[in-house]
Design a protein around this ligand. Sequence first.
Ligand SMILES: [Zn+2]
Length: 119
Amino acid sequence: MRRVRRILPAEQKRAIKLAAMRDCGRRCVYCAAQLDYAGATLDHVHPLAKGGAHDQGNVVAACPPCNRLKADMLPVDFFMRYPWAGSNFIHHARAVHRALKRQARRAVSLAFAGVQAAA
Ligand SMILES: [Zn+2]
C-alpha cells in the first residue's frame, strides 16, 4: 500500500475523471443523477483514509451530495444504511473491482432483509 499520496498532474487527473465518468455512464453511481464534467466528483469506493487504493477499480463518479453523504464510510456500511445507493452502484459502477460489487450486493440484500447496519 502506498502511504504517501502522489500529486497527479492536472492532465492525468482530468483523464482519470473522464475515465471514471465514462465507466459510470456519466451518472452518479449512488443516486444515478446525470453528471457533467464540472458537476462530477471522484469518489474512492473504499476510502483512501481506510486503506483504499487510488486505482481505476476503486474510483467512481459521484455527485457532490452523495460524495458528502458517503464521506469516509466503508462501502458495506454505506450500502447497508442507504440500500438505494447500493442498488444504483451495482447497476452503474461497471468498472469497479468485482469484490466491491460483491460487497454491495450483499449489503443491499441484507439491508432489504431488514438487518440494521451497526451504527
Ligand atoms: Zn449522487
